[in-house]
Design a protein around this ligand. Structure first.
Ligand code: IPD
Ligand code: CA
Ligand code: CA
Ligand code: CA
Length: 268
């Protein structure tokens, strides 16, 4: 395992311990509302602090983009940047729904090179290194082989913060629902992407995500033989926040459904 990936795994496990301990008593959580339907708890912050401690000790010169602290102490000259979601799926966590994860990616000159998505409920750790494949608990994983859209299980996330895209989203939703075997909204984007990587879902799309939701998961998918893109199938999803992913056949069929719904309001 690459040394940076090893450190990222250590940081993710450290955060997982904090989250697991807190999950036993979610009723006592202090919850702040960032904006409507957007919550942050003391656990998100504690998990992030633990991750930053581990990463900074090992790689003090690397840049950091983390959900709760932003561009924390970023060295502007660093070619390396950690992209961190300390608790992806906070709403599930608050409700005691065991579907959330810790996501840590490392980018080199803007290209993802290392990825960890850790599911502390199932003790499943998904890892990938650029060019080195993707793994679940150290066993190689690949995207599903399913090629027919009408047999595919597709994940998504509902827009719930900015409703600018809701009409386009619902139009896509209707068509995907009619043409696939089923749809799921598990509630933690990084884990959704990891589940595409290991073949539990055949494809996924969501609008309006943040870089820390996607950074690690996208490398898992590409290293597992899948494809990710924005709504035009191009590589700008980290900028637009709109993402489509899947095994290669399902990815292109999903794009055929989604791309025509692009508008001035919903760019790629
Ligand atoms: C959220 C989850 C969710 C997605 C939201 C994200 P958070 O992350 O990934 O699945 O639909 O858009 O914001 O805030 O729980 O880390
Ligand atoms: Ca959040
Ligand atoms: Ca997130
Ligand atoms: Ca989060």
């Amino acid at each position: 395992m690459h040394p940076t990936l090893n450190i990222a795994v250590k940081a993710a496990r450290r955060a997982g311990q904090i989250i697991n301990r807190a999950s036993m008593d979610v009723d006592k959580l202090r919850i702040d509302v960032k904006q409507q339907s957007d919550y942050v708890t003391e656990v998100d912050r504690a998990a992030e602090a633990a991750i930053l401690d581990v990463l900074r000790e090992a790689y003090p010169a690397y840049g950091i983009l983390a959900e709760e602290s932003g561009l924390a102490g970023t060295s502007p000259d660093s070619e390396y940047q950690w992209i961190i979601d300390p608790l992806d799926g906070t709403t599930n966590f608050i409700h005691g729904m065991p579907q959330y994860a810790i996501s840590i990616g490392l980018a080199h000159k803007g290209v993802m090179t290392q990825a960890v998505v850790y599911d502390p409920n199932r003790n499943e750790i998904f890892t990938a290194s650029k060019g080195g494949g993707a793994y679940l608990n150290e066993k190689r994983i690949r995207v599903a082989k399913r090629t027919k859209l009408d047999e595919a299980l597709i994940g998504t996330g509902f827009p719930y913060r900015m409703f600018d895209h809701i009409d386009a989203y619902l139009a896509i939703f209707r068509e995907v629902a009619q043409k696939t075997a089923g749809m799921r909204r598990p509630g933690a984007a990084s884990l959704d992407l990891a589940w595409v990587a290991c073949g539990r879902m055949d494809g996924f799309w969501e609008l309006g995500l943040s870089p820390w939701d996607m950074a690690a998961g996208t490398l898992l998918i590409t290293e597992a033989g899948g494809l990710v893109g924005d709504l035009s199938g191009e590589a700008n999803y980290m900028q637009t926040g709109n993402i489509v992913g899947g095994n290669p056949k399902i990815f292109s069929q999903l794009l055929q459904i989604i791309a025509p719904h692009r508008t001035a309001k919903l760019p790629a």
